[in-house]
Design a protein. Structure first.
Length: 443
């Protein structure tokens, strides 16, 4: 069975139409056999009776001329039956059985019909001039008088009915699948965090109700997302002012340097959490995608990180322009670099090298951040992509709220891509952001 609903519905409707047409033609063929056999038998019996009457009425010297005229005008031949005649019976079938029965009922049970005699094809009918006559004759009629021309007459009508049925089946299937296809496309947009356009509430009642329910659901989700973002952004913004005062007061009021440094570190951790809240609350879908090349932007990001003292090395291929949201992607890559920098330590506790790679593979842009940290167990990969989740071992995000990978995952879904967390050969983690290559400027 095909995968699409349109193809499956059309296939089932087409099968129903073909079966119905075939059943109709078979039924008509069955019902048409008896009257057509009766008509052919009546024609053959009438011809035999006319031949008998003509032979009785004509004088012996005029009979050859009569035979010649019948053969020339009507295509009839009259031959004497011989004991050694090679008789070929009519084909098997209900029509020819009915034909034999009708002719026997009109001309007598001794009447024979044949499809060929001595290799000469035709509609052969045996008869005697009278019941006491021992001489038997063959009357040879044109073959088409014993042929059931059902196929030639009705094939065109059957093909026309089948064609109309298939066209109507395609119309019905397309009218059913078109709104469902639009619904599936809108659902994909909702799943990627975007606001889909309103579905037209037209068609059958059930489809109108489905479109109306989906439009209401999409609107509610958009309002909830907006409210959530506003709440998170408001809380984060309101917390920054008192935190700034706390930092200033701690630096000026706490005499003990160790206690002062601990207080400042706690405040810094709180500011980091607030910054992640702000990033997560920011609506990435509000950025309009446009055609751009990522390679220069990523190269600038590498330079900025190296200026901050981070050992980041870029291996950036020249990427083709694609319809992207560059600010969202740079924010996602920055989160991956921050995550790698926290855990990229060697056995002596020193920060090790971080590799940022970008290339084009299998028709998609792949941006990869590789570190030499402890890595992530495969069983924890999907869980760590959810918001506010952290690993309870060496990669525990002690300075964050567990939103870094969730932000990257959301940006990936917004572009129709994916985030992959893979083990690195020799130890470490490869965080790969895969984005489909889009030629248009639409998101």
């Amino acid at each position: 069975m095909p995968n699409s609903l349109l193809a499956r519905t059309f296939l089932l409707l087409a099968l129903l139409a073909l079966l119905t047409t075939t059943a109709w033609l078979s039924l008509f063929r069955h019902l048409d056999a008896e009257p057509r056999a009766r008509e052919s038998a009546q024609l053959a019996a009438s011809t035999v009776n006319l031949i008998r009457a003509a032979l009785f009425a004509a004088t012996p010297e005029k009979r050859p001329g009569l035979f010649a005229e019948l053969s020339q005008r009507e295509g009839l031949r009259l031959l004497p039956a011989e004991p050694g005649d090679q008789v070929e019976a009519m084909p098997e079938g209900r029509f020819f059985q009915l034909l034999q029965g009708e002719i026997s009922a009109r001309l007598g049970p001794q009447t024979r019909i044949a499809a060929a005699v001595d290799g000469v094809p035709g509609f052969w009918i045996s008869f005697r001039l009278d019941e006491q006559d021992d001489d038997e004759y063959w009357l040879v009629l044109p073959r088409d008088r014993a042929r059931r021309d059902f196929t030639r007459q009705w094939l065109l009508w059957g093909l026309l009915a089948t064609g109309l049925s298939l066209a109507i089946a395609w119309l019905i299937a397309s009218r059913i699948s078109r709104p469902l296809k639009a619904l599936a496309a809108s659902a994909r947009l909702v799943g990627s965090g975007q606001q889909p356009p309103q579905l037209p509430e037209t068609g059958a009642e059930e489809l109108r109700q489905l479109a109306a329910a989906f439009n209401a659901m999409a609107g509610d989700l958009a309002r909830h997302e907006k409210d959530r973002s506003e709440v998170l952004a408001g809380i984060s913004h309101d917390l920054r002012t008192p935190l700034t005062r706390l930092r200033l007061e701690a630096e000026m009021s706490i005499a003990d340097s160790a206690a002062r440094d601990a207080a400042v570190a706690d405040i810094a951790q709180m500011e980091t959490v607030i910054a992640q809240f702000m990033d997560y609350a920011r609506s990435e879908a509000g950025e309009t995608p446009f055609s751009c090349a990522l390679s220069p932007l990523l190269a600038t990001l590498v330079s900025q990180r190296r200026a901050l003292g981070q050992d980041v090395h870029g291996e950036l291929e020249e990427l083709p322009a694609s319809a992207l949201r560059p600010h969202a992607i740079l924010r996602a890559v920055a989160n991956l670099l921050d995550n790698a920098w926290k855990y990229a330590h060697d056995s002596d506790g020193r920060s090790s090298r971080i590799d940022l790679l970008a290339n084009l593979q299998a028709g998609e842009i792949r941006i990869e951040v590789a570190d030499r940290g402890p890595g992530i167990p495969e069983s924890e990969v999907e869980r760590l992509k959810r918001p506010f989740t952290r690993l309870e071992d060496a990669r525990t995000d002690a300075l964050g709220a567990g939103l870094g990978l969730a932000i990257v995952e959301r940006v990936a879904r917004l572009h129709g891509g994916r985030l992959e967390l893979l083990p690195r050969a020799g130890g470490g983690l490869r965080a790969r952001l895969c984005l489909p290559l889009r030629e248009t400027d639409s998101g």
